[in-house]
Ligand binder design. Structure first.
Ligand code: GLV
Length: 317
């Protein structure tokens, strides 16, 4: 029987599923492994089922045992893995697309609404118990009738668009390539980021973290937004230059920001925690029972498929 290391605790049923097919090394305490622990614990394994909390960079990949043939990431994003370094060592990398689309789109809407409707301040006031109704109490921005820019119109961006349409938002998007008409529906395609931002009363960031998208929202590009725009990020922290964003939030150029993801997670920029107009969640995007079970099962199935056929439909390198 082949052996795999599952770096973090999964939902029990997914671990049981894995045990039917593999000799599994589990992380019962669910402790984050250091780079050395990851290398040492996987030395006698044929595969690794990793999470986004581990950084499988070129250095770690270079130290992995020759036995390792697959890294199956428990996530759709794989910015935590140096995919090219893995390819050079003939290690297949897989991810878990589709199964988390709906859950993540729900969180994208939650952080967008949380920011727009000043939920952070509202919760603080409600907890203080001394709030009073008034006609201008915590007035926010309304989604209905506004323009929503979507940066990255993949599966999750598309699911965010579907939900936003039901709020009566007009959808605009910027993507590596234009979508086919039937997928685009009524969304307006923009050829450049600047053009998208210039019409984004609201922006939802849903693109993958790559070299090209790092700090794509920065001091220069922020200038393109209409004054008082609302931004949400439920993809990866990398897309936002935090210092530039803090400045824009303080000046009012950006009305508010909703975040589920951060540069250097689990750390959160201290200004984001201090500012009243930043609504934050601790990376809950795919965290529903249904989705986490589906992700665990898919991450295991990817390894089964690979060892059975030598291929895997969710292979990314
Ligand atoms: C979660 O953040 C994922 O990429 O699946």
């Amino acid at each position: 029987m082949r052996k795999i290391l599952i770096t973090r605790r999964l939902i029990k049923s997914s671990e049981e599923y894995a045990s039917k097919f593999f000799n599994v090394k589990l992380n019962k305490e669910d402790k984050l492994l250091t780079k050395n622990e990851l290398v040492n614990q996987s030395y006698d394994c044929d595969g690794i089922l990793s999470s986004i909390a581990e950084n499988l960079d070129a250095e770690v990949i270079s130290k992995l045992s020759d036995k390792i043939k697959i890294i199956s990431n428990f996530a759709v994003g794989y910015g935590n893995i140096d995919v090219e370094a893995a390819k050079k060592r003939n290690i297949v990398v897989t991810n878990t697309p589709d199964v988390l689309t709906d859950a993540t789109a729900e969180i994208a809407i939650l952080v967008l609404l949380g920011a727009a409707r000043r939920a952070k301040e509202g919760i603080e006031w409600a907890n203080k118990k001394n709030w009073k109704w008034s006609a201008d109490f915590l007035m926010g921005k309304q989604l209905t009738g506004s323009r929503l820019g979507i940066l990255g119109m993949g599966r999750i961006g598309g699911a965010v668009a579907d939900r936003a349409r039901s709020f009566g938002m007009k959808i605009h998007y910027f993507n590596r390539s234009r979508l086919k008409k039937n997928l685009e529906k009524d969304a307006v395609y923009h050829k450049s980021l600047e053009s998208l931002l210039s019409v984004s009363d609201f922006l939802s960031i849903n693109c993958p973290a790559t070299k090209e998208t790092k700090h794509i929202i920065n001091e220069k590009t922020i200038k393109n937004f209409p004054d008082g725009a609302v931004i949400s990020n439920s993809a990866r922290g990398d897309m936002i230059d935090d210092e530039a964003m803090v400045k824009a939030l303080k000046s009012g150029k950006i009305f508010s920001l909703g975040l589920d993801v951060y540069n250097g997670e689990p750390n959160i920029h201290p200004e984001y925690l201090a500012l009243p107009n930043v609504f934050v969640l601790p990376h809950l995007g795919s965290s529903t029972i249904k989705t986490r079970v589906a992700m665990g099962d898919l991450a295991v199935s990817n390894i089964i498929e690979f060892f059975k056929t030598g291929k895997c439909k969710n292979k990314i390198n």
